[in-house]
Design a protein around this ligand. Structure first.
Ligand code: HEM
Ligand code: HEM
Length: 145
């Protein structure tokens, strides 16, 4: 199952890059009142959504099979986890589920209006909030070490 963890690690780069681009694109579109284009803006935000959902599924599997996920909580108990172990087993998984839920809400709500500026605003704010949550709980210290 090491392969899934490696996949989750590599995939993290792609997801983060696309999320940053999609968030920046939406914030710029909102603030400069651009027209929301289906060939470019919709594709970019849909791509970021799909990659986030894929990373969610891979992350969920890693959580259930890795020694640093659910097993760590079961063996040590919530109180027995030190801060590094708690980041991997609890904070990273649960904050990222919340983050991807926010991104999905942003995507879902942009479809409910025809106003380009509102579309951009909904995507920009929700993707941005999700991105900040994700960045706040990356195990930077162990990412490919
Ligand atoms: C966009 C969302 C996410 C990103 C960018 C991300 C990124 C990462 C990164 C960079 C690592 C460190 C990998 C390494 O050691 O090389 C990691 C580990 C981990 N991730 Fe995620 N992740 C995301 C979502 C999730 C979700 C939703 C879950 C579970 C529900 C999850 C579960 C885990 C677990 C359990 C580990 C620890 C693996 C281990 O050390 O054995 N991740 N993640
Ligand atoms: C735990 C697994 C997953 C959950 C809970 C989940 C949940 C959701 C939810 C609630 C939506 C609705 C958003 C809306 O109202 O538009 C959605 C949309 C979507 N998801 Fe996922 N998803 C998961 C996994 C995946 C995977 C693995 C993929 C593909 C690689 C994927 C691709 C998509 C796509 C393409 C949409 C957009 C549909 C559209 O509006 O055109 N999802 N997902």
């Amino acid at each position: 199952m090491e392969i899934l963890k490696t996949l989750h690690s590599y995939f993290a780069y792609i997801v983060l890059i696309i999320l940053i681009i999609a968030t920046a694109n939406a914030l710029i579109g909102w603030l400069t009142k651009k027209e929301f284009r289906f060939d470019k803006d919709l594709r970019l935000s849909l791509f970021a959504l799909v990659l986030s959902h894929l990373q969610l599924v891979i992350g969920l599997i890693v959580f259930f099979v890795s020694a640093n996920g659910l097993k760590a909580i079961q063996t040590l108990g919530m109180g027995g986890l030190n801060s590094a172990a708690r980041l991997l087993a609890v904070e990273h998984p649960f904050i990222n589920i919340l983050a991807i839920a926010l991104i999905t809400v942003g995507w879902s709500r942009h479809k409910k209006t025809d106003d380009s500026t509102v579309k951009f605003r909904r995507i920009g704010l929700m993707y941005g909030a999700g991105l900040i949550l994700i960045l706040s709980r990356i195990p930077w210290g162990q990412w490919f070490q």
